[in-house]
Design a protein around this ligand. Structure first.
Ligand SMILES: [Fe+2]
Ligand SMILES: [Fe+2]
Length: 234
């Protein structure tokens, strides 16, 4: 007997809470929000963010293509329009830092950061798995640190495009999370779909934590790698 939509969302929030807490307690946020990162570290971290976000419009398009529900398709089309400009802010940031934007465009993800591969894989799954993993799992967790990241950027790393990037995320992420709530309540209506959605949401937070840990190891804890300038990324 499946839970009602409201019950399921409340239950899933409870299930995810330990993972949300672990993800939000990362050194990544502590270092960023404490203004502890050098320009070089901020640049390397944003290159990783870019390499992920560069894929997002293509991933959302694949989700839309495989989604059988017109109302969800329409909402994800609007969502795609909101996400599409985000990577370009980071290109603007590279220019404002005096770096070659090609360095940003050519960024390669560290092997620990696997979220976009999982997201492509989910395009063959059910839209409730997508909504659970991306919107309800990942983006709803992002809302906890969004405002703090924005405020720290204004204070410590005041590049206009970087500020805009975090400002947009602080403002929009709550709506993106609510899109997940909408899809789960309306379409995760069987035991099987509720089970699949819960597994996808947990997996997405586990991968988020592994990715963040990898970023912290490489670009925060063990930095600089070679006594300073232009340490290798991989
Ligand atoms: Fe975004
Ligand atoms: Fe978002």
């Amino acid at each position: 007997m499946p839970m009602s939509g409201d019950e399921f969302v409340e239950w899933l929030d409870g299930e995810l809470e330990p993972l949300r807490r672990e993800a939000s307690a990362s050194l990544y946020f502590e270092a960023w929000c404490g203004g502890k990162l050098s320009k070089e570290q901020v640049f390397e971290l944003m290159k990783q963010r870019y390499a992920y976000l560069r894929e997002i419009p293509h991933i959302i398009a694949a989700w839309i293509e495989h989604c059988p529900y017109v109302d969800v398709q329409q909402k994800y089309i609007s969502y795609l329009h909101e996400e599409a400009p985000h990577p370009e802010y980071l290109i603007g940031f590279a220019k404002e830092m005096g770096r070659d934007p090609e360095e940003m465009r050519q960024a390669v993800l560290i092997p620990e950061f696997t979220t976009p591969y999982f997201y492509y894989w989910l395009s063959r799954g059910h839209i409730v798995e997508v909504a659970a993993a991306n919107n309800f799992g990942n983006e709803r967790t992002n809302t906890r640190k969004g405002r703090g990241m924005y405020e720290a950027t204004v204070k410590y790393y005041p590049y206009p495009s970087l500020i805009k990037f975090f400002e947009d995320h602080a403002e929009e992420e709550g709506d993106h999370a609510n899109l997940g709530v909408y899809v789960l309540k309306k379409y995760a209506t069987t035991d099987e779909l509720q089970k699949k959605a819960a597994l996808a949401a947990k997996k997405s937070l586990q991968l988020k934590i592994l990715g963040q840990n990898g970023l912290c190891e490489r670009f925060i804890k063990n930095w600089p790698l070679n006594g300073g300038l232009h340490a290798p990324v991989t």
